[in-house]
Design a protein around this ligand. Sequence first.
Ligand SMILES: [Zn+2]
Length: 150
Amino acid sequence: CTSLISQMKDKEAYQRLNFLYQAAHCVLSQNSENVELARFYCFTQKTIARRLVLRQDPSVKRTLCKKCCSLLIPGVTATTRQRRKKRKTRFTVVRCLSCGQTKPLLNNPNYCLWVDQPEAQLEQHKPGLFCKHAVLIQAVLCIEMSRFAV
Ligand SMILES: [Zn+2]
């Protein structure tokens, strides 16, 4: 019984967090000068999440400045720059225009996670295996795309 109540509270809290996040986007899209208001929404969102010990969605985390809680929208509240590390790893460096805080974001997290695995390095020396892997990725992509088409 108590777990059901806490589940409902969690759901309510998530809805509230989502609402605040949407609201921040909304006010910024209405007027790019609403930076402070958007930040207030994001700050409240972060505070609630922290207080209730709720895990924030990674996609939400990516768009919030961890220093000043500003909503990072390229061209509005943030600037982006492409960077490359170790030849193949590409980063987008997002810079908050309010406080100057920068955060590097991996352009393709899945790809990099896979490369980080030790067996991936072995496979790079075996073209046959690498191709098999590429076909597999393509198959997964096709399934994902067909799901969206329906
Ligand atoms: Zn900032």
